[in-house]
Ligand binder design. Structure first.
Ligand code: BES
Ligand code: MN
Ligand code: ZN
Length: 481
């Protein structure tokens, strides 16, 4: 549980005190002009604690532990370092057995408080459903000293969306299948008067001709779904933003089967849809005053006698025929039909899609930046501003007409792979999508690298899903449009 209080007596099991190198040197504490207590001054004077970035020093005061935590130089504190250091502090072995903690921030501005809350709630999250021994940071009672109620409530709400996304991405693909995704969404929107739900079932998808989406799901035992949530947060007519997620509940690669070493984490492949669902939750709890379509294309790219085949030509919803050059380039097929269906039937003012779309994005940008491709520089700037403000980072890659040449097929209107392997795979995947949005303002976030931590922890994320895109989208919808 996370609370806040302007007047704690600092008498909990533990106190975490954040200090910059400057505050350690000047021996002043920024909190309510309190002077630092004698035992802290002693440690600082003896140079046992310098407040270097990430440094921890536990002071034992009888039953209480006072954990001094260094942030480094004030000018070097970043959004990421603050979150990372906060998460390391609440996860500190020195506090392992302690249940109630007061946190004294080094500063009281909004960005600092948001950073600390996210460090606790996002950095303290661990995927432990199938582990007997839980680390249980989030079951501690943590109190942040002096914070405005609005920031506190909104930030906690927004972290809940991030962690919902992570739960959905982390769990087994047979637990989070197309039916349970539908149920989760129904549960989130149930009883909300300003929300309507449209779910295209297999039968309707067939009737309407979303054949690309259907083709990808052919090998699966679960039904395909296109889920469209219509959220009316504003009475202003016409101006809809659509956010669209790739929801491949498991990506085997299809008959172009993924090899060992690549296939193990492919339950992450509904990370785009997961982010859409987390953002939907946040939009409702923050009462965002915009009109928004939340859209998930949910399928499984499985193998078996019914699976679609390399070389197949499939007619898309928008009429173009597509050569399936590779069954593992399935995400763009699902999204292409979802995008053109939205453009034709809902005419949103702008669309942003999120997808764990290409391994090439990991090659280009690594794990800390999502790849952004956009046909509209003005819209892209807003997306980048939201990314920057929320520490949910993104970096733009070029999008231009010439890329289209690489998608030419010998026997269909377009094919689903572009340049030769190893060359700009994220950009050509983006270019494929762009062929299905017409003139609608569009941005695409490739979260293949950012959505999941498969190796050692990174920044303030432990193993598994990070909820990439949720903070970015929540801020974009709330503050930037
Ligand atoms: N879901 C994968 C992309 C991916 C790879 C996500 C690694 C997360 C981590 C996507 O469907 C895929 O398989 N893309 C292919 C495209 C290729 C066949 C043109 C890829 O990246 O290799
Ligand atoms: Mn694939
Ligand atoms: Zn995929």
């Amino acid at each position: 549980m996370l609370t806040f209080n302007a007047n704690s007596r600092l008498n909990k099991d533990a106190v975490i005190v954040f200090l910059t190198e400057e505050s350690a040197k000047s021996k002043k504490w920024n909190f309510k002009n309190l002077s630092l207590s004698k035992d802290i001054l002693q440690v600082i004077s003896a140079k046992q604690f310098l407040a270097n970035e990430g440094e921890q020093f536990p002071l034992v005061r009888g039953k209480q532990v006072c954990l001094l935590v260094g942030l480094g130089k004030r000018s070097d504190v970043t959004k990421t370092s603050l979150r990372t250091i906060t998460s390391q502090a609440v996860l500190s072995p020195f506090l392992k057995k302690l249940k109630s903690i007061d946190i004294v921030a080094h500063e009281q501005n909004e960005a600092t408080i948001i950073g600390i809350i996210e460090g606790i709630l996002i950095g303290g999250y661990r995927w432990e459903k199938y582990i007997a021994k839980k680390s249980a940071v989030l079951s501690k009672s943590i109190c942040i000293l002096s914070v405005s109620k609005k920031i506190y409530i909104d930030t906690i709400a927004s972290c809940a969306g991030v962690n919902l996304t992570r739960d959905l991405v982390n769990d087994n693909a047979d637990v989070v299948n197309s039916n349970t995704i539908e149920k989760t969404i129904r549960h989130i929107v149930s009883g909300k008067k300003n929300i309507s739900l449209k779910i295209l079932t297999e039968k309707e998808l067939k009737k309407k001709g979303l054949n690309l989406l259907l083709a990808v799901n052919k090998g699966s035992k679960y039904p395909p779904k296109l889920i469209i949530v219509n959220y009316r947060g504003s009475s202003k007519k016409g101006d809809y933003t659509a956010i669209v997620g790739k929801g491949v509940t498991f990506d085997t690669g299809g008959l172009n089967l993924k090899p060992t070493g690549y296939i193990e984490t492919m339950r992450l492949d509904m990370g785009g849809a997961g982010a859409v669902i987390g953002t939907l939750k946040n939009t409702i709890s923050l009462k965002i005053k915009k009109n928004i379509l939340f859209v998930c294309g949910v399928v499984e790219n499985a193998i078996g006698p019914n699976a679609y085949k390399p070389g197949d030509v499939v007619k898309s919803y928008d009429g173009k025929t597509v050569e399936v050059a590779n069954t593992d380039a399935e995400g763009r097929l699902v999204l292409a039909d979802a995008l053109s269906y939205l453009v034709k039937n809902y005419k949103p003012a702008r669309i942003i899609d999120l997808a764990t779309l290409t391994g090439a994005c990991v090659v280009a940008l690594g794990y800390d930046y999502s790849g952004l491709v956009s046909s509209d520089d003005n819209f892209a700037k807003k997306v980048l501003a939201a990314a920057n403000d929320t520490d949910d980072r993104a970096w733009q890659l070029p999008s231009y007409n010439g890329l289209k040449d690489h998608l030419k097929s010998q026997y269909a209107d377009i094919k689903n792979t572009g340049l030769p392997k190893g060359a700009a795979g994220t950009m050509s995947a983006g270019e494929f999508l762009r062929q299905f949005v017409g003139k609608t303002k569009w941005a695409h976030l490739d979260i293949a690298g950012t959505a999941f931590v498969a190796g050692p922890s990174r920044m303030y994320f432990g193993y598994g899903a990070t909820g990439a895109g949720v903070r970015l989208l929540t801020d974009l919808l709330k503050n930037k449009l």
